[in-house]
Structures are given as C-alpha cells and as structure tokens.
Design a protein around this ligand. Structure first.
Ligand SMILES: [Zn+2]
Ligand SMILES: [Zn+2]
Length: 244
C-alpha cells in the first residue's frame, strides 16, 4: 500500500463515503439496503397471498386462501411465490432493473425472492433454476434479460445450476391490460425446449421478474412438463394482487 492509498483509506475511515440504498436512494452504509427498506421487505413476507400462485390479496380477501383463478383452473406449476407485491418499493426496483439498466438491483431483489422461497418447503425439492426467456428481438433491443439476471442471482444463492432450458420462439404483444384468456391465447406456441434431456425428470424453479396473471409461468411450466420435467415451481421479484 503506498502513501496515497493509505491516505485514502484513512479518509474513508474518518469520513465514510456517502452511499445510497439501492432501493430508495436514502443513506446507507456500504450500499446495502437501508433499515426502512429492509423492514418493508420483511413485512411483505407476512402479507396474505394465494397459497398456489402467490399473488397478494386486496380488500375483503386479505387472509390466506386459494384465489379464484387457481380454484377454477388447476395450475400446471406446483406453487409460485414472490418477494412481495408489485407496487411501491418493488415496482420501482423492477422498473429500475428493466428500463433504467440498474442491474445491481438484481441481487437485492433476489435476496427477497430467496427469503420467500425458503419460507416454503416445496422449494427444497428444486434441482435447477430456469429463467423465463425473452425473444431474440426483444433481447437485442434491451441488451439483457432481467429474468436471466434474477435467475442467476437466485441460483448462486441457492447453490443450484442455472439452466436456460426454454427459448422464446414467438414475439408476443405486451400482456398488460388484457384478460387471462387472451393472454393464454397470445402465449400459445411462444416457447420451446430445444434439449428435452436437460429437463427430463427434474424439479425446476422458473424465475421471472413479475407474476401478473401467472399466464407466462403457466405457459413455461406447461412446455417444461411436456418436455419431461417432473415438477415446476415459480419465483418472481414481485407479483400482482387479486381480489378473491
Ligand atoms: Zn432504502
Ligand atoms: Zn392463485
């Protein structure tokens, strides 16, 4: 260590550099999540959600049960969870990651996702982590797939292999503002599994950024099961709310 670096190290000690919380931008030490945001994230783990798809309840449905969509049509995945509802802190963070290239947020979001997964014994059976793919055209536009980044962090934390087993072979229109049936129709034939042997007999954890109706997760789970996977679970940074 020369005199200059020694001097800088001393300055850091006396005047620690002001670093910002990755979520709210507020003061924090070592660019870690600040105490307020940590409390918010921990609070999400106690929010009532559908025990199948993991979406959070609104209004009168604010207690643990199975949501109407999951009661009416059985899901192809065993269960899905998210770090919290797609609003406030998590909505901002997912937007930052997707649209403002704040890739450093992936590890902090993944920490919340892993906490949600660890609260559920079903996730113990997972043997590989599969990101929801992006079409090649969309990937060229954005330069990265946020689900890849999240899946990479989740797989590293859980010590499980990252398996990019699914390809998106059809561009699909934006899924916002349309009903469940139309979403399902749009996603028909959108995905494939080029190497079926890579998924055969395995319990797979599909990772996405947001679960809205769980239509994308259903389509990806369906194609993985058809390719021979034995079970599929889902995990997202955030999930929507449902009334019933
Ligand atoms: Zn914060
Ligand atoms: Zn549900």
């Amino acid at each position: 260590m020369n005199l200059k670096t020694l001097g800088l190290a001393f300055l850091d000690l006396v005047f620690p550099p002001r670093e910002a919380c990755p979520f709210c931008g507020g003061n924090s030490t070592g660019a870690q999540v600040c105490a307020d945001c940590r409390r918010t994230m921990e609070g999400y783990l106690r929010e009532p959600f559908c025990s199948v798809c993991g979406r959070y309840f609104t209004g009168s449905g604010r207690h643990m049960h199975i949501c109407k969509d999951c009661r009416e049509t059985p899901r192809p995945f065993l269960l899905a969870r998210a770090a919290g509802p797609y609003e406030g802190l998590l909505k901002d963070a997912v937007h930052g990651l997707k649209f403002h290239n704040k890739r450093g947020l992936a590890s902090h979001l993944a920490a919340g996702m892993v906490a949600a997964a660890r609260a559920e014994t079903g996730f113990n059976r997972v043997s590989a982590v599969v990101p929801v793919p992006m079409s090649p055209g969309r990937l060229r536009e954005r330069g990265f797939n946020q689900a890849d980044l999240l899946a990479g962090e989740v797989s590293a934390t859980l010590g499980l292999p990252l398996l990019k087993a699914v390809r998106k072979i059809k561009e699909t229109p934006a899924q916002t503002g349309i009903g469940r049936r139309q979403r399902q129709k749009n996603l028909q034939g959108a995905f494939d599994v080029p190497d079926r042997s890579s998924v055969h007999g395995r319990v797979l954890l599909v990772v996405d950024d947001v679960i809205t109706t769980a239509g994308t997760l259903e389509a990806v789970a369906g194609i993985l099961l058809a390719a021979g996977a034995s079970l599929v679970l889902g995990l997202a940074a955030a999930s929507g709310r449902t009334g019933l």
